[in-house]
Structure formats: C-alpha cells, structure tokens
Design a protein around this ligand. Structure first.
Ligand SMILES: Cc1ncc(C[n+]2csc(CCOP(=O)(O)OP(=O)(O)O)c2C)c(N)n1
Ligand SMILES: [Mg+2]
Length: 310
C-alpha cells in the first residue's frame, strides 16, 4: 500500500509543481493535468513489465512517471530544454521515450489508439510476449479511428489493453451531452471485446483489472477494454476557468480521490508514513526540477531537425 501511495503522491506533486511552473511563466505551451486520475496509471504500470508498451494522451504525465521516465526529462520537455527525451521538442503533450517503451503522448484526440494497435500487431508477430496499453479519454470514444482500432484489435486477437479514463468531460462538455448508452464498455462489447467498468479511483481495483487483462493479452486471448471511472480535479487545461461545473461537484470529488481513499481508515502510523512519503517525493521532484532548469535550451541551428524524414 505504501508503494502505491508513493507512486500516486509523486504524480500528484509533479502535477502541482507543473501548475506552479505554468503560472510562473516557465512553460510556454499548454498543460493538461491528471490530478485525481493517478490511480489508473499507477495500477496498470504496477502490473506491466518493463518492456511492455504504453501509449498515452496529452494528459499523460502520470503514465510517463509510472512507466519509469525520470521526472527531470519531463520537466525539461515542458520548459523547452534540451532534454535527453526529445530535446525539448515534446513539450507537455507530445513527449515519448523509446528507452522506457513509452510510445508517446498524443494531442490529437484518439490518435494514439491505432498507433498502439500497430505496436500490438508488431508484438504479436514478433511473438515476444509484450503487451500494449492504449489509454485515452471518454471523449475519444467518438473518434472513428478509435472504433477502427478496437475492431482490428479484436479480430486479430492483439495483445492490447484499451484503458479509458472516463472523467465524464470532453474539454468542457459533459459526457451526457455527447453520447447515449449504458456505458463506454457496453459500446466496446458490441465489437466483441471483453469489456467492463471499474472504479478508477481505487488502485487495488485497477491492479486487479490490469492483472487479468495482461494475462489475457499475453496468453493470446486478445484485447480487453477497461473503462475506469474517475474525476479530473483540475481544469481541462491550464487556462480553463471551469464555469461549467459547480463547487459542490468538485467538493464531493475531492473527498473521494485516490489518495484520500488510501488514507481513509488507515491507522495513525500509516498516516504518518504517508506524510513522510509526501515530503520525500516533494524533495525528490524539487531536485529533478532544479536539474531540468540547469539544462540549456536547444541550439537554434537545430530548429529544422526532425521536421522531415530523411
Ligand atoms: C481530433 C481532435 N479533435 C478535437 C480536439 C480538441 N480536444 C482536445 S482535448 C479534447 C477533449 C477530449 O476529451 P477526453 O477524450 O474525454 O479526454 P480528457 O481531456 O477528458 O482526458 C478535445 C475535443 C483534438 N485535440 N483532436
Ligand atoms: Mg474526458
């Protein structure tokens, strides 16, 4: 439990520091925080092996950290520094790391799903037992390309997990105004995919689902679609004033977020341990941020590099 708490707290503090950096003018591009959704990446990455792959969205800092990417690299990408990840070209919403089998974030809604499905096809053909997690939001379920990816994954029995972070908003539009039907999982079930809904704020429920779906994928039984319900506690992006939701909705959500869940019912010794963990991760991340700030900006003469395939 303490390890799960540590991983989630590390993402939470990372995102809070990112918010402060943005407010201080240190991040030129936009940011999309995953505050409130930490249990999902932590639970899945807990069960993934190092050489398994993850494809995420612009709201992907938590997945990157949980997959083992050092925070210094992510801070540096966001600040446009010459980092060892993508040389400052990745920003908050497009960085990747082949060394960590992190296929990358993607800011085009739904675009990660076919990329991840291609990676799963490659893993199946190689017979190397690797599995892929393709994570995206509820809004992405209305992108045609996602539905195509679901279909091809199931007919080819590909080793992939579709992990949908259902935070009930697509930008500022609530899900009830965007789609009908019992659940996103029921829509995926129509494709013949093994699909279900889990409580995405409960790290243990997430771990259980991850473990089953990974077994299924590794043993050649094809994809699983997991709809993880959660709440985005920050705005959609850094400039979102959130007039579309009321204070009560957020108050209730803050009383049931993943870190509060682990603290609830814990004894005093455990609560003290969690407090120590919060301090530890803050110290670690502050060091990482200082390191990132010491990195230079990229050499301007390289600006046109990587624009075209050679
Ligand atoms: C193809 C495409 N259409 C529209 C947008 C604008 N856009 C950016 S984020 C977003 C909402 C997506 O919502 P969801 O998939 O639920 O993810 P969340 O932001 O809630 O994590 C939209 C519509 C985009 N980036 N790409
Ligand atoms: Mg959403």
């Amino acid at each position: 439990m303490a390890d799960l708490y540590r991983q989630m707290s590390r993402i939470r503090v990372f995102e809070q520091m990112t918010q402060s950096l943005k407010e201080a003018g240190e991040i030129p591009g936009s940011i999309h925080l995953s505050i409130g959704q930490e249990a999902i990446p932590v639970g899945f990455c807990h069960e993934l092996a190092e050489d398994d792959m993850v494809s995420a969205t612009y709201r992907g800092h938590g997945w990157a950290l949980a997959k083992g990417i050092p925070p210094t690299g992510i801070f540096a990408e966001m600040m446009g520094r010459d980092s060892s990840l993508n040389g400052g070209r990745g920003a908050s919403l497009y960085f990747s790391s082949a060394a960590h089998n992190f296929l990358g974030e993607n800011s085009i809604v739904g675009a990660g799903a076919p990329i991840a499905t291609g990676a799963a096809l490659s893993a199946r053909n190689a017979g190397d037992g690797r599995v892929v997690v393709s994570t995206f939001g509820d809004g992405a379920m209305n992108q045609g390309v996602v539905l195509e990816a679901l279909n091809i994954a199931v007919v080819m029995d590909l080793p992939i997990l579709f992990v949908i972070e259902n935070n009930v908003y697509s930008e500022m539009t609530p899900i009830v105004d965007m789609m009908r039907g019992e659940s996103l999982a029921s829509r995926a079930a129509g494709f013949g995919i093994h699909s279900y809904v889990i409580d995405g704020n409960d790290p243990l429920a997430v771990i259980g689902a991850a473990s089953d779906a990974i077994d299924r994928a590794r043993s050649g039984r094809g994809p699983t679609f997991i709809e993880a319900t959660t709440v985005r506690l920050a705005g959609h992006y850094s400039g979102d004033a959130q007039q579309y939701r009321d204070a009560e909705e957020l108050r209730v959500a803050w009383s049931d977020e993943p870190l509060v869940r682990l603290r609830r019912g814990a004894d005093q010794a455990t609560l003290d341990l969690y407090d120590t963990i919060d301090v530890d991760v803050t110290n670690e991340l502050q060091k990482s941020l200082e390191e990132a700030k010491r990195l230079p900006t990229p050499d301007p003469s390289t600006a046109k590099r990587h624009l075209y395939a050679e």
